[in-house]
Design a protein around this ligand. Structure first.
Ligand SMILES: [Zn+2]
Length: 411
């Protein structure tokens, strides 16, 4: 990189005020944004408004896209694309439920700062990452760098649900023009090149209702469910064979998460129900496409049916199939992020993989753009009580995003 580029990065990094970043992350945590269906006050809207105002004050262009009523994406940008690349720093504004607040040592929306950690729901997943992205964008602006291209910051809704926010964003002009994205999810600041895919297979098993004392008169869907559960290890093995080996990801897994009989209504001790339901949480590795995965799940269902004459087993994906994603180390975006880690921390980048899927999965599969997932927070901490983010990781992430954006957008 040219000397002028390095000087700009140094100027941008020195403009970052750690206290301002910590205050911003705590402000975001203090605004609850659990989406609770049926409660119009429990959405991402209040935190989205905060983000919108903050970017307005900093002098960014800001757009608000109402994805569904009361659930707005906020998208801020800096610079003109004008033939250059467009880089997204992505965060989501929703958080998962806090559960029972009495189980928390630190109040879930108190954003307490104790021993170098900020505690609260969303501290790691991912208001910390979002705050770091916001401060990084402001630092890029303050550096006065002439950007070759555009820096976009997306604060999107519903990542923890159906990912409506990112699906919508991919249809907007700012979304469609993207050339790459950094997903600011908590990955302990590792440069994650791969993400596992997922399909939630919702299975309906039908039998025939009968008296429990005369099972020969009916077809028991619970026995057929058992037969399908017995097929799970073989299904997992076949998916592992189909997938490419990965240095960074656990191999595919098939995990039953919901089993229910009867499928509707209340069970009775002396009644064979007419139907049962089963959900399989299937995690995918890189390689097989959606059809190949569906074929393997079909095989498991057919084998179980063959063992239970009279029963039928059907399945459908809840919310489609999200395939695993992978980017190569040689990608310019990966180079920009890995160099940023070296510039900021003085150590080489640690590469890794994301165990679940994120908004980045949709950006990668819908737009075909390279994505890198990197953000502050321990990988295992999201969705737990006493969720926290280490301030040192938060500060490091903001600095890495700043340098990465300048590496990618300066020529
Ligand atoms: Zn998240």
């Amino acid at each position: 990189m040219a000397r002028r580029g390095r000087a700009t990065i140094a100027a941008a990094l020195s403009s970052i005020d750690d206290a301002e970043l910590i205050a911003l992350a705590r402000d975001l945590v203090r605004i609850p944004s659990v989406f609770r269906p049926g409660d119009p006050t429990a959405t991402e809207a209040p935190v989205a408004r905060y983000v919108e105002r903050w970017f307005g004050k900093q002098g960014f262009g800001v757009e608000v896209h109402e994805v569904v009523p009361g659930r707005p994406n906020v998208v801020a940008w800096l610079g003109d694309k004008d033939g250059g690349p467009s880089l997204l720093l992505e965060g989501h504004t929703d958080v998962v439920t806090e559960g029972d607040p009495r189980e928390w040592t630190h109040p879930p929306f108190g954003a307490e700062l104790v021993d170098g950690r900020i505690y609260g729901r969303g501290a790691a997943d991912m208001k910390g990452g979002l705050a770091a992205a916001m401060i990084a964008a402001a630092a890029v602006r303050k550096s006065g760098a002439t950007l070759h291209g555009r820096l976009v910051i997306g604060a999107l809704v519903d990542e923890e649900g159906d990912m409506l926010g990112v699906h919508h964003f991919c249809t907007t002009p700012l979304g469609r023009e993207l050339s790459g994205a950094i997903i600011c999810e908590p990955e302990q600041n590792e440069v994650c090149l791969e993400q596992r895919g997922v399909v939630w297979a919702r299975v309906l098993i039908r039998g025939r209702m009968a008296h429990g004392a005369m099972p020969q008169a009916g077809v028991n869907p619970i026995s057929a469910t058992g037969a399908l559960l017995a097929e799970v290890p073989a299904l997992e093995k076949r998916l592992r064979r189909l997938s490419e080996k990965s240095r960074y990801l656990e191999p595919p897994t098939v995990t039953p998460t919901i089993v229910q009989a009867p499928a509707e209504g209340i069970g009775q001790s002396n009644v064979i129900p007419s139907s049962a339901r089963l959900t399989l949480d299937v995690r995918l590795g890189p390689g097989p496409d959606g059809d190949a995965v569906a074929r393997e799940i079909d095989v498991a269902c057919q084998r179980a049916m063959a063992l239970c004459p009279g029963a039928t087993i059907e399945w459908a994906p809840i919310n489609g199939v999200r395939l695993a994603t992978r980017v190569e180390r040689s990608e310019p975006l990966v180079q920009a992020v890995a160099s940023a880690v070296r510039q900021v921390t003085g150590r080489p980048a640690r590469f890794g993989g994301v165990p679940g899927s994120t908004d980045g999965t949709i950006l990668r599969t819908s737009l075909g753009i390279p994505i890198v997932t990197l953000g502050p927070g321990k990988r295992l901490i999201p969705h737990q009580v006493d969720e926290y983010v280490e301030v040192s990781e938060l500060v490091e992430a903001a600095r890495i995003y700043t340098a990465a954006a300048l590496n990618f957008l300066q020529q």
